[in-house]
Design a protein around this ligand. Sequence first.
Ligand code: SF4
Length: 350
Amino acid sequence: MREITKHLLEWYDLNAREMPWRVMPAERKAGVMPDPYAVWLSEVMLQQTTVAAVREYHRRFMALWPTIADLAAAEDADVMAAWAGLGYYARARNLLKCARAVVAEHGGAFPQTYDALLTLPGIGPYTAAAISAIAFDQPSTVLDGNVERVMARLYNDHTPLPAAKPVFMEYAQRHTSQTRPGDYAQAVMDLGATICTPKNPACGICPVRSDCAAQAAGTQLDLPKKTPKKPKPTRYGIAYIARRLDGAWLLETRPDKGLLGGMLGWPTTEWNDDPAGLEPFLADWDTLNEQAKHTFTHFHLFLTVQTAWLPMDAKPERGHFVSAEDFSPSSLPTVMRKAHALAAATLRVD
Ligand code: SF4
């Protein structure tokens, strides 16, 4: 078991994946350290999202706001629009809060320790460990889904998640490198993402194969065990998509609190078992046959879409008009984009 850290680091030296925010192991050995701002941004974006999906968003954010001071000074609406499509929008709101706290309370420089990072908005135990290890080479232990899977298999531990988390953390701590903690954190996460994958682990080329108890027992595909989740409920709602005769779309910014808080979207009813059809204003509404379907963390949503044309002098009580030239579906969260895609054919300007 003592060899695990050594073998992992040797493997990482040869196989580290290139990422825009990553300093490769050879450069790191030469003393180059990553930009903590870029590392933090990547870690917040990577929560619940894959590296492939994050690359382009990360590039765009770094181009728009190259430093944390730039991001802290940005307009909320611009940041929310740039985040649209990444999901879990509370992360974007916390991103801004955190940037502003780092500028206001830490002079624009991220604190370096796990404990200090944990006091910042939107930074939980995993992200604090990842930033302190990757950006500052502090010997913090990261435990994400990839690392949990690797630890369950190395120790052939069949305790189901999430109850097993503290034990898996203890295993992970045993192997955390004291000399190269930043590279080690990235190595173990890369191993989980590319070799020790959920369905098809490549044990034949795994650098820690000789220390893996699950591989020896042939149980790797059964691990990690998980306590079955309750099925997600389904909620229903109605989205009202209206267009003025000059082509302007009626949108509204959702309240800061709650799901999709602060994001741009169509006026909708509440989302529940049986939404009342409280149309936001009087218009000649058409109901589309197809619904926009979307799955959030805790529920499935079926959104009925109603469309209407509005006269030039319309003064709806909800929302604001956005001209056709200024409107871009890419600034909407995914569920609102789906609703727009359904309505677009009905509300076309030829
Ligand atoms: S030997 Fe297989 S199961 Fe064990 S850590 Fe490596 S890839 Fe995962």
